[in-house]
Design a protein around this ligand. Structure first.
Ligand code: SF4
Length: 876
């Protein structure tokens, strides 16, 4: 029997069936009965089985680089925290946790920090993802509530996607919308995003607004709704702040001008919204990751409140979270400005209730530091000991180089993580081996409030242990053993569930007290369940549609959203706005997806996308330096007419391990939203200029060459035990060959061609008739087709003609390189174009001819784009 568990990646929270089928691998399928995905998985979820090997795992605790016992490591953590608190007070220590943690781990960490260390300096990397949505919910609803369900996306007649590349970042939700549109072709989709993303394929309207101008657009919508008499007078009785919010409504022409959009497009969107009662507005990081993120989210919510389109089938604002358990972290209060179970410092009696429930000796009396401020406090010595769990802030936080310096200077850095090496782990004094997906046991909550079990199906490796266990062990050493005497995650879940019902006569919607009495066996078997599920009241599917809000006055609040620009405006010196974001097939800092070679086939190197008219002398396929006042990165350049002029985009995933020169967040400004504390990842003023290296290179071998081999080195696994390197540098071109030779020291014959005049160097190692390694260096990016070379490695032996072709640097067959579109079946753009030319006129027929898009479906928007491009080039 496969194990029923949950995908560990995005906030969709898909159900997964997993069955271990050998060391480090597992059979993976979508769970047909899970309400999030009904059997679907995206490319990342489908490749989970390829990410489970123990290669690169941290299996034993270590201190100062030397292996140690758990006892010794935990003694050091407890003593270090106790000593720091004794000398400098409770706010001199901190925990930095993660939306990757299970709810039980999260609960334990929050309880330790806020209840027993006496500090609210516990924040989560969810701060980077959806803190603005949380703040907006609390301002408008009185509590952090997502009113709707995924079903609403299928029931809506209009789906508005704001700052959300749903096709790449929440692919299964995108697939659900696409399937609903097939059944109801009248359903419309509007995408609001400065970039033309894969989500725009098939959309009815794309509004490529200026970065940061969302508030103006939705204030304009508010004005239009009022003028058109679309305010719901019945629902307005349940609201406060209506006039104050409407005072910021603007006319359509002003909104269009503020957003840099054609007025006709804006008017069309406003008209559709006004005339469509069933409208869902999905918003995500493009809205949240802004110094005005909370106002942006409230501007969206205002439009729904004014029209009463909230909490009813097919209607409502819908924040989708980036991480698998961002919601769980919110439920247990693991953000520095929240208390557990949606209790609130600002609500009289709540802190006291929690103090008594936990029997906490030192409940934190006020909110703590939010992520950006927390790392600034580490940097300036206010925080002297930090415990980081399941996240990689040296890569993921803005102003990344400053974060590294802060951690490097911190007196005590403890890192709990499954991986042995990461940019953050490298800075740790104490390393604690944590469990990975497939080993963890607990619960997660997805974006539609559904709590699902993550169940283990793999043996625990080495001495890796659950985070909640390590936290409880430290608490015991600090003298709080009885408050942390859990036998397992079920005990923690019951405590968490019971707390949600304590003193809760309906004031707090988050109430899962009906689950507080689960036996161990019932917890183990628990099916996905949506909250609220109170013990004393009926459960609710959707929230707020009845006009009851968990506010002191019982009313929802329309929040005034004045226009304001980004924290740092573009200028003559920094003329472009940098946005960072996700790729389709990668997750965060690639510690897991980086183990699945096929997930690199779609984007094997870090790329900056910019509009051709902003490129100056930067050429397609060349290199570009993206530099801000805070830092810089170097990326392969892609000239993309789908980018809005003035905006550039880089993916956030690349690390020291995969491409040291291309850590996007090193250049991101540390400005944050004053309400939510969420950093402004979507607007950093930068300049972009060409970088012309002395040589370009490409190398394939069975070991990574290391980042020192060239100034720019993107090294990724390429399958069959190979590492693929894209290289460029100003130093000696022979370095790459020398490194490859050193790493492949052994039998075999190197065949080489060296043409100093042209700056060309080609070398291949042949052993027992088959290709073992190769390196190509040239003065420009015109290097051999990568897929051809990878194909030669796959062959049992290479022919004489192949050897000649290797030295010639090109296949004699004329094969051309082509980007991989469908990573499940390894189908490139060329094969899809050929199928289209052969008469395959829709996705289904292309799928039948090539298999592209027939597994996870994540690539279907890109196939649709190829189809659309063909139709434009060759109209019927
Ligand atoms: Fe995982 Fe993909 Fe589902 Fe997100 S959409 S939970 S990444 S399978």
């Amino acid at each position: 029997m496969p194990t029923r568990t949950t995908c560990p990646y995005c906030g969709v929270g898909c159900g997964v069936l997993a069955r271990a089928d050998g060391p480090g691998t597992a059979e993976i399928a979508g769970h047909p009965a899970h309400p999030a995905n009904f059997g679907r998985l995206c490319s990342k979820g489908a490749a989970l089985g390829e990410t489970l090997s123990l290669e690169g795992r941290l299996l034993y605790p270590s201190m100062d680089g030397a292996r140690t016992s758990w006892d010794a490591a935990l003694d050091r953590v407890a003593a270090g925290f106790a000593d720091t608190i004794a000398r400098h007070g409770p706010d001199s220590v901190a925990l930095y946790v993660s939306g990757q943690l299970l709810t039980e781990d999260y609960y334990a960490a929050n309880k330790l920090a806020k209840g027993f260390l006496g500090t609210a300096n516990i924040d989560s990397n969810s701060r980077l993802c959806m803190a603005s949505a949380v703040a907006a919910h609390r301002r408008a609803f009185g509590e952090d509530l997502v009113p709707g369900t995924y079903e609403d996306l299928e029931l809506a007649d209009l789906v508005v996607l704001v700052g959300s590349n749903l096709a790449w970042c929440h692919p299964v939700l995108h697939q659900r919308i696409a399937a609903a549109r097939v059944l109801r072709p009248g359903m419309r989709v509007v995408v609001i995003d400065p970039r033309r993303t894969a989500t725009c394929e098939g959309a009815d309207l794309h509004l490529a607004l200026a970065p940061g101008s969302d508030v103006a657009l939705f204030n304009g919508l508010l004005g239009h709704l009022r003028r058109e008499g679309k305010a719901d007078t019945r629902f307005l009785q349940h609201l406060s702040g209506v006039d104050a919010a409407l005072a910021h409504a603007i006319d359509t022409a002003t909104a269009a001008a503020s957003c840099g959009l054609p007025i006709g497009d804006v008017a069309r969107f406003f008209g559709w919204f006004a005339d469509t009662p069933c409208v869902v507005t999905v918003f995500s990081q493009g809205v949240n990751q802004s110094s005005a993120g909370t106002d942006k989210a409230n501007a969206i919510i205002n439009a729904h409140l004014l029209t009463g389109r909230i909490g009813t089938p097919g209607a409502g604002p819908f924040s989708v979270t980036g991480q698998p358990n961002a919601m769980g972290g919110r439920e247990v209060g693991a953000l520095s400005n929240m208390l557990a179970a949606h209790l609130d410092w600002d609500r009289p009696g709540d802190a006291d209730l929690l103090r008594r429930y936990w029997a906490a000796p030192a409940l934190a009396e006020r909110p703590g530091l939010k992520a950006v401020d927390l790392f600034q406090a580490i940097g300036d010595g206010r925080v002297r000991a930090v415990w980081i769990m399941g996240t990689n802030p040296a890569v993921s936080l803005p102003d990344g180089d400053r974060v590294r310096r802060a951690l490097a200077g911190c007196e005590l850095v403890v890192v709990s993580d499954p991986v042995a090496e990461s940019d953050t782990m490298d800075l740790a004094h104490v390393r604690l081996p944590a469990l990975a997906w497939g080993e963890k046991d607990g619960t997660v909550t997805n974006s539609e409030r559904v709590i699902s079990r993550q169940r283990p199906f793999l043996p625990l490796p080495g001495e890796a242990r659950a985070n909640w266990w390590a936290i409880a062990q430290v608490a015991r050493r600090l003298g709080h053993g009885s408050a942390f005497a859990w036998r397992g995650p079920a005990d923690i879940f019951r405590e968490h569930a019971a707390l949600s019902g304590v003193g809760n006569g309906g004031q707090r919607v988050f109430d899962i007290s009906a689950l507080a009495g689960l036996s161990d066996a019932e917890y183990e078997a628990m099916p996905p369940i949506r909250w609220p599920c109170p013990a004393a009241r009926p459960a609710q599917e959707r929230l707020l549609g009845d006009g009851r809000f968990p506010m002191p006055d019982g009313r929802g609040r329309m929040v005034p959203t004045p226009l304001r620009g980004p924290a740092h405006a573009v200028s003559e010196d920094w003329p472009l706005a940098l946005m960072t974001g996700r790729l389709r097939d990668q997750w965060h800092t690639m510690t897991r997806t980086g183990k699945a070679p096929r997930l690199f086939a779609h984007a094997p190197e870090p790329v900056v996308s910019l509009h051709p008219l902003d490129a100056g002398s930067i050429v397609e396929g060349g290199f570009a330096v993206v530099e801000s006042a805070w830092g810089r990165g170097v990326f392969r350049a892609r000239l993309d007419p789908g980018m809005r002029r003035g905006a550039v985009f880089v993916p956030m995933h690349w690390t020291d391990r995969f491409c040291r020169a291309a850590r996007a967040n090193a250049a991101v400004n540390p400005a944050a939203d004053p309400v939510s504390g969420q950093p402004e990842f979507k607007h950093t003023p930068v300049c972009v200029r060409p970088w012309t290296p002395a040589w370009h290179g490409f190398a394939l071998g069975r070991v990574p060459l290391g980042q020192d081999v060239a100034a720019w080195c993107a090294a990724v696994p390429a399958g069959a035990g190979l590492w693929r390197h894209e290289l460029a540098s100003e130093g000696p071109a022979e370095a790459a060959h020398a490194a490859l030779v050193a790493l492949h020291d052994g039998p075999g014959t190197w065949i080489t061609l060296h043409d100093a005049n042209r700056g060309v160097h080609r070398a291949a190692l042949v052993r027992d008739g088959s290709l073992r390694a190769c390196v190509f260096v040239g003065p420009d990016a015109g290097l051999p087709p990568r897929n051809w070379l990878l194909g030669l490695f796959a062959a049992e032996s290479i022919t004489l003609a192949d050897r000649r072709a290797l030295l010639a640097g090109r296949p004699f067959t004329g094969a051309a390189p082509e980007p991989s579109v469908c990573v499940c079946h390894g189908v490139g753009a060329g094969a899809i174009r050929r199928a289209i030319h052969a008469g395959c006129g829709d996705l289904e027929r292309i799928g039948q001819a090539t298999r592209a898009g027939t597994n996870c479906g994540s690539c279907r928007p890109e196939i649709a784009a190829l189809l659309a491009a063909h139709r434009v080039a060759e109209p019927a």
